[in-house]
Structure formats: C-alpha cells, structure tokens
Design a protein around this ligand. Structure first.
Ligand code: DI6
Ligand code: FE
Length: 431
C-alpha cells in the first residue's frame, strides 16, 4: 500500500517502544486498540483507535474551534483509512550486523566442521574466510548483486526495513570497493535502507601473511581515503581475534578512522578474550559485537562509553559455542542489547530476524521483550540511527511491520513460521 496519508486503524497491539503511563509491556510501550497516522514517509500521530475514528468521522473538522491549529491540520486533510484487523504493529526491524554480500558458499566447510574440525583450524589451513575471499574476488559484480539481493529480500520478508552490510571478503582495495558498491546498489533496488560498513580488517589476506601490520597500513593509506572520498561506507569495523587482528593493530586502524570522523564498531571477543570490549569502548564505538568472551572490565567500559552490544546467536549456534555473552552484566549496566543475524557464509547462514530473536531467547536467555527491543530500538542505537527509527512515534520514519499475531511475544516464540502480513518502509509497501 502507498497513500500519501493513511490511517491504520484496528491495530490489536502497537509496539511503540516508548514507555508511558498507561502503556503495557514495560519498555515496549504497548498501546492496545491503537491507530497510526502515516503522512508520506513519516509517522504523524499515534494513539487510540476510537479517538482516530472519531476525528476522521468529524471530517472536515475546520470548524472545530476547540483544537489547536496544528491538530486541526492533522485531521483535516483527506486520509485513507486502512483496517489492520487486529494485527500487531512493530517498528520495522533493523538488522545491525550482516555480511550478506559474498561469493560462493561454505556448506561443505560446515559439513566438515560437523565431523569435528574446528573453525580456527579450517581458517589456519587457508579455508574459512579466505575461501570466501577467493570466491568474492572472482565473482562478477552482477553475480554478487543477484545473490545479495536474494538474501536481502529473504531478510525483508521477515520484517527488516534497515540492514547493515559489511565488506570484508575482498581484502584488496578493488574488491572491498566492489562489495561496498554492491551493498549500496542493493539498497536502491530493494527499498530496504542499507548501511554499508568497511570491514577490510576482517582477516589477513593471503598476500600479506606474516605482514599483518603492513596490511593495516594499506587499509589506512589506500582503502580508507577512497571509501571516504566516494562515500561508500557509513562506519568501519574490524575483527579482533586470534585468527584475525590483534588489539594494537585494530587500535592503529581506529585512530586513523576516528580522525576522518567515521564511527567504528568491532567484532569483539567472539572466540577468545582479546580485550575487544574495552578497545571498542576506548574508541567510543557504536557497537561491540559477539562478546562471548568479554571480561567485566570491558563491559563496564562499554556502558561508560555508550557502546551498544550486538548479540549474534546464529554464529554462537553454528559454531557450537558454549560460553554465552555476559547477559546479566549487560542487563545490570543498562547496555543496549541488539540482536542481529550476522548473515554470513561461514558462521551464520541465517536470513531471518524472528529466527535470530527466537535463538537469542533460547540460547542467551533474553526475554521476548528484550528480543523485540534488540531487533528494533537497540539495533537502531547500534547503528547510530535511533533519531529517526526504532520506535513508532510522531516524526519517526514510517517503517512499520504488520504482523498477523496476537501478541508481540509470539514473534520470539514461533520458529520457522513467518507471520509477517506487510512491511512498510517509509510508508511504502516493501516487496
Ligand atoms: N562474523 C565474522 O565476521 C566472522 N565470524 C562472525 O561471526 C567470520 C565470518 C566468516 O567465517 O566468513
Ligand atoms: Fe560478523
């Protein structure tokens, strides 16, 4: 649907993510029997269904002297009324961590791991990320674009209105730029708002084995300036891990990035405690992601720095990990917890946000409320986009997912059952 002005009435449960008196669901700020007025690409009003219907019935209301000027304008212009038939409205999901542009796949590697070979051993033997690097370097742009678009559409079909896409399977200037260009084009084609992240420091490329420091210099001296000049990325990420880069190398890169006034984020402490959480906090990163092995000092530093936590249960599950991220401490310190798919060929072949939420609750013990906030408001914070999305309130983007469920908790409860009725992105029906 797309009308310049539409009034969505008959909403069973509206997740505003704005807690207020009289609203249910704690932080979710649920309004029952609600209505939403969408004006173009923005939300113009949120409130009670009965109130909205009354106002529209009184149209034209120009003689209604009791109301202020602004309020009269709100209801005077013609509006299309659309009945949501008791459906549940939730902010469009924000998937804050994906690597969904890549060549080939790693299904055979997955099979090998099932027989007992570890992720790190495969990486050290030149497989893992490097096999995707070879496939991505060799892939035509059209092929990368077509496979990326299929994955992006699969995500959007699960309510995703904003997605972050990382580079990191090129590891040379041309291919990193190629990946970021494809990510940008995917946004244009799909209507989903794509945020691109340069992840050139994903692992040491084959040409630089034993010379990781020199590769970091290449990223700083050659890739970063090009990316900035061509506005190809919104942020810069790095993989701080024994099989990738050490904290001092990441710090050198981040010093260069922050000088360019780009924000950073970090793959931190996924397989071992590499001091990632603390490092991310030191550079006021938007987010530190994974965090399975983060120590309490690092988590406290994140809380102080305002760095969000991005939890990636798909990778935890696929790698058969046992150490969970420090959820209790994150909770206690009020660190915003986002939940994302980490869609990638090696550790998280996952293209569904409700599935990521279902896993976050089962594997990490997040409540359904935390999962929903993690897929919306906190994910927007993790991308630095919370000013205009992540909640349903006046002035925000009209990114609204309409779900055929009785209660928002159903989204975390069900698995493998897509209950999305319709997704609006900036007021426009997606897909
Ligand atoms: N995100 C990553 O970047 C790495 N693990 C993760 O969760 C590696 C992805 C890959 O193996 O391709
Ligand atoms: Fe990742």
């Amino acid at each position: 649907m797309r009308r310049d002005r539409m009034l969505l009435v008959g909403v069973g449960e509206l997740v505003t993510n704005v807690p207020a008196e009289g609203r249910e669901g704690g932080a979710l700020g649920i309004v029952r029997d609600a209505a939403v007025l969408v004006d173009g690409d923005r939300i113009a009003w949120v409130g009670a269904d009965t109130h909205a219907r009354e106002r529209v019935a009184r149209h034209p209301g120009r003689d209604d002297r009791e109301e202020g000027e602004e309020h009269r304008e709100l209801w005077d212009d013609p509006v299309d009324v659309v009945d949501m038939a008791g459906g549940c409205l939730v902010p469009g999901f924000v998937d804050a961590h994906t690597h969904l542009v890549f060549g080939g796949d790693r299904a055979a590697e997955y099979e090998k791991r099932l027989s007992g070979v570890s992720y790190e051993d495969i990486a050290r033997a030149g497989g893992g990320i490097l096999s995707t690097v070879t496939a991505t370097r060799n892939a035509e742009i059209d092929t990368l674009y077509a496979s990326g678009l299929r994955r992006l559409r699969a995500l959007a079909a699960t309510g995703v209105a904003t997605v972050e896409i990382k580079s990191g399977y090129g590891l040379d200037t041309a291919t990193e730029l190629k990946m970021l260009g494809v990510a940008r084009d995917l946004g244009q084609a799909s209507g989903v708002d794509v945020r691109a992240t340069l992840l050139a420091a994903h692992t040491v490329p084959p040409e630089y084995v034993g010379r990781a420091d020199e590769y970091i210099d290449l990223v700083i001296d050659e890739m970063l300036p090009e990316v900035v000049e061509r506005h190809l990325a919104d942020a810069v990420d790095a993989y701080c891990e024994t099989v990738a880069f050490q904290a001092p190398q990441v710090a050198k890169l981040f010093r260069a990035v922050t000088k360019l006034s780009l924000r950073v984020k970090l793959h931190a402490d996924q397989l071992s405690d590499g001091g990632g959480a603390e490092l991310a906090a030191h550079f006021k990163a938007l987010s530190a992601d994974h965090l399975e092995f983060s120590n309490p000092t690092g988590i406290r530093a994140m809380a102080a720095a305002g760095t969000a936590a991005v939890l990636l249960p798909g990778a935890y599950l696929t790698l058969n990990e046992t150490q969970r991220p420090p959820i209790a401490l994150l909770r206690e310190l009020g660190v915003p917890m986002a939940v994302a798919t980490d869609c990638n060929p090696g550790t998280s072949p996952l293209c569904s946000m409700p599935e990521a939420m279902a896993l976050a609750s089962r594997l990490f013990g997040l409540t359904p409320e935390e999962c929903l906030a993690g897929a919306t408001r906190n994910a927007a914070i993790a991308l630095g986009l919370d000013e205009d999305r992540g909640t349903l309130e006046k002035g925000k983007r009209a990114d609204i997912a309409i779900w055929d469920v009785n209660h928002p908790r159903d989204l975390t409860y069900w698995m493998g059952r897509n209950r999305l009725h319709e997704l609006l992105i900036e007021g426009l029906s997606a897909g």
